[in-house]
Ligand binder design. Sequence first.
Ligand code: SF4
Length: 802
Amino acid sequence: YMVDDQGVEWVRGVCRFCGTGCKVWLGLKDGKPVRIRGEKNSAINHGFLCMKGMLFYKLFRHPDRLTQPLYRKSKKEPFKPISWEKAFDILADEMIKAMKKGGYHKNAMGWSGIAYYGSGQCLTEETYLFQKLWRCVGSNHVEGNPRLCMASAVGGYLTSYGADEPAGGYRDIDNAETIFIIGSNTAEAHPILYQRVAMRKMANPDVMVINADPRVTRTSRIADIHMQFKPGTDLALLNAIANVIVNEGLYDKEFVEKYCAFHAFTPGKDKVPLKGHKVSFEEYKKFIAKYTPEYAARICGGNITPEMIRKVARRIATTKTVSMWTMGINQRIRGVWANNLITNIHLLTGNVCKDGADSLSLTGQPNACGGVREGGGLCHILPGHRVVKNPKLRHQLEKIWGVPKGTIPPKPGYHTVKMFSAVSYTPEDRKRFKGLKPIYFMWVNETSPMQSLPNLKRFREGFAREDVFVVVSDIFPTRTSELANMILPCAFHFEKTGVYGCTERRSQLTPKAVKAPGQAMPENWMVVKFAEVLSKKLAKQSDPEMRRRAKIVYDALVKPYKAVVDKDPWWELPKVIWTEYSQKVTKGRDNDLSGATYEVLLERPDGVQWPAPTVEIAKKGGTLRRFVVGKDPLATALAKKYPSKFAGWEIIDYGPLHKDYKFWVWCRPYKGAAEEPDAEYPFYLSTGRIIDHWHTMSMTGRIKEIFEANPYAWVEVNPKDAQRMGISTGDLVLIETRRGKNIIPAKVATDQGPMEGMVFVYWYDQDKKRMINFCTKDAFDKGSKEPEFKICACRISKYAPA
Ligand code: SF4
């Protein structure tokens, strides 16, 4: 906090938008937000911000803000304002009704009729508290929108490293000799990181940027090599790079021999695609022998040649390399496998755990890592990187919460596509998911699945059902809140206090600085107040399980916060929650944040990277790099082996690598998309983001400067396709898939755009004609359950209204 000579008060926090985690100062004049600037001492953004980051102060007093609870019994009626007390009363009744209808499934996911769907945009304390409520009520139906963006990266790190999240961080970009960007338009999705790549390249012309993407993008413009391949063929490409590295003897023999193990998944032999069985290095060599550069070039098409593959492989093998990727890799039915194949290249070449060498998955949302991945916001994971299925870890958490053993149901709830299918609950859904149990009550927090889910029509029909009670807590009305029974107004960023955790294991605090409008409140307050009403009503039920849960909910969700919830929900309540989470729940886990108190987080200009088990370590910024030195035998062995490379690093780690203390290199065969183009639907359809807009545009669409620059989405068409089909920029194009259709203006790609035979559409537009998720497919990765937004088959034609 500081005041400048013009009387502007400045409060330091984090940007509200992407997963980069830029540190910002919010400027206030007479208590009103007037400006935002970057924190120059931040190790993340060094004072820079993109336009989203600079302009979000305009949202605080926007006339569209939700400012009081709204309710309607039927979704056909208009909303009417109600009090918070009445809202909690109705909510508790509806939740209990849904619990009764769905029933309790003791040795499974618990109560099947109720679900929570959260977001990588609310604070860590909020995700932690919502999931705590759900687990204590007795349901593992806890999910969130990070399933749509980074679940495959989680699966990738878990299977390759044995632990989630990157080993290094952004600093590696500054020291890399080669930067390999695949499946990421970093320039638009993570602009400040792209700037860092560009600055690295400007500072040292020997640095090589390689961009692998079916589109020419702003990112590929600075690339020395742009590898343009047919969508979905990158598994062949990555295996071919590994083939060259191994066959030309470019791999780090000592590193591979000592610190890598080889694994394969064989259908029939291994049941779960995330698991596999051990193979020898010779067997791995045999596996990749097929992926010669010539073979891969034939599969990949585009501009890929065997010579290009060899050049890239040799460059990566002989230089310090950072790989960066995001949705182009993750949003696929083979997303986990593609993640594994990128990390394979790093492991074979020993390009991990060194300054300038990292396998760095970029996260989309500001708190997908900190809140959802680490805070237990998905159906199969509990806070502190614990898995639901592990009884020891469940009981550990129950002990911390002071609740009886067996409180947390033993089986995961439903992942996103399954969860929303349980809402639609059509014969088709029941055929797809055997034994599917219907959901009658869903709480959606700070996200808009009714725009962001794939194959949207059927999910919107499900949400419109009168027998499903939907409550949405958010800042602005969305395409989801229009289908709700109840809307709860949330306090916005800087109107409440809490922590965000960004891509590089870094937690940062944003304190309350602005008064929330009307009756808008922080979600932490909502959860505790609601829990109190719910526990009272549960206690009156005849069902003994409900009565048992009444006490658990009171003990875990009301008692610990009772003293502060009314007194100070803005600072004291989140602080109590954070203290519980960081000092008890993460203690001794790989994401140990025990030393990162609010006081330490406030002091530091760029937060703390976990593990940070003591205040002393946290004050120094935490752990820069994992898997290196400490209690972990592999890490210690590595440090002994390469003393000069690791000298002087302040690193402590006791993260759970695989039990054999090895990194795992995977045999992952090439497999195409769930739906490839054919005679009827001859084009690839892919979707993604633009620099200006954030996700479903519910915020950036309300910032005049941003909206006017890009008021609607368009479809990018390759010039050759456009010429063949008589399409010019500005023409309306009909896009049809097996699931739906859209009518979207064309932009014939001249400077950037997709390869021939492919079209690309931005998914931010809220206009139903242009909401492209009516067309996308909801096939998902069997391991990560992340849907394949990036590839489906479509046909296009110039649209001529009748
Ligand atoms: Fe915010 Fe991301 Fe832009 Fe940084 S790059 S200012 S975190 S939107």
